[in-house]
Design a protein around this ligand. Structure first.
Ligand code: MMA
Ligand code: CA
Ligand code: CA
Length: 290
């Protein structure tokens, strides 16, 4: 073949590498090797994927078992809580029942307490009365003993006419005519016991005359009273009412009641008067000593 000559920059056409058959083979081989590479890559990718998937499956299994365990635990916790709640409800019911029974017991107790309080009040009143009666009996006994002692002394020749200062002797007794601030009957009684005496009791006209001569002209309290039972007059020493000197028309228990007896100022006669009425005078007595 005749060769063309090229001038200047014109590139000469490339010489074909080889024959067409060889080229096809080469191309086929290249394609096959590319395919093999691709297949290898694909297998590798698949293998890697499979590995990852297996790992993921393992993780998932682990998670599922953990979650199911948690669920089981949660369920059992829930059951325990439910049974606890039931027990608590039971306890609350029990407490309510106890509260009710305690309330009823409290009612009973307060009733009993009221009853006991009333019993105690009664007991106090009774014991106070008994104490008063006992001390009065003791006082009477002491006086009896003193009287007997005095009679014995007199029989042995003693005078037995000794009285403290501001007391006046008459027969076997000493008398004190109180006259300071006006006193109610009970205050006069206390004034006499402060002087180791008591409000006077009168047993004869001689004694009455003596008292009438010395007593206050404005009236004086004496020991006679019907405080416990209306109309039943008693002397402080428990001696019998064997003598009386009532003004005509007395005792009349006037107004709201008159339970304490006084000597009227001018005559010395007796009048029942209100115990709360303050009187200028009062008469105390005590035994004379030997
Ligand atoms: C007063 C009082 C009474 C008494 C009468 C007598 C008005 O009341 O001293 O105790 O009986 O007088 O009239
Ligand atoms: Ca009376
Ligand atoms: Ca009267």
């Amino acid at each position: 073949m005749e060769e063309r000559s090229y001038v200047g920059f014109e590139k000469p056409p490339r010489k074909p590498c080889c024959r067409q058959g060889t080229r096809i083979i080469l191309l086929g081989m290249a394609t096959v090797s590319m395919g093999a590479v691709l297949l290898t890559l694909l297998i590798l990718w698949h293998w890697d994927m499979e590995k990852n998937l297996k790992q993921l499956e393992g993780f998932a299994r682990q998670n599922v078992s953990r979650v199911s365990k948690d669920l089981e635990r949660h369920k059992s916790d829930q059951m325990a809580q439910k049974s606890q709640a039931a027990k608590m409800l039971e306890s609350i019911e029990h407490i309510r029942a106890e509260q009710k029974s305690m309330q009823s017991q409290e009612g009973e107790l307060s009733q009993n307490l009221d009853g006991l309080g009333a019993d105690l009040d009664n007991l106090k009143a009774t014991s106070l009365n008994e104490k008063r009666e006992a001390s009065e009996s003791l006082w009477r006994l002491q006086e009896e003993v003193a009287k007997l002692w005095m009679e014995l002394k007199i029989a042995n020749g003693s005078a037995c006419n000794i009285c403290p200062e501001q007391w006046i002797h008459f027969q076997k007794k000493c008398y004190h005519f109180g006259r300071s601030r006006p006193k109610k009957w009970i205050q006069a009684k206390h004034a006499c016991s402060d002087l180791q005496g008591q409000l006077v009791s009168i047993h004869s006209s001689e004694e009455q005359d003596f008292l009438s001569r010395h007593a206050s002209e404005k009236g004086s309290w004496i020991g006679l009273q019907d405080l416990d039972r209306e109309g039943e007059f008693v002397w402080p020493d428990g001696s019998p009412v064997d003598y009386s000197n009532w003004r005509p028309g007395e005792p009349n228990d006037q107004g709201l009641g008159e339970n304490c007896v006084m000597l009227l100022g001018t005559s010395g006669q007796w009048n029942d008067a209100s115990c709360r009425h303050p009187l200028d005078g009062w008469v105390c007595e005590r035994l004379a000593t030997c």
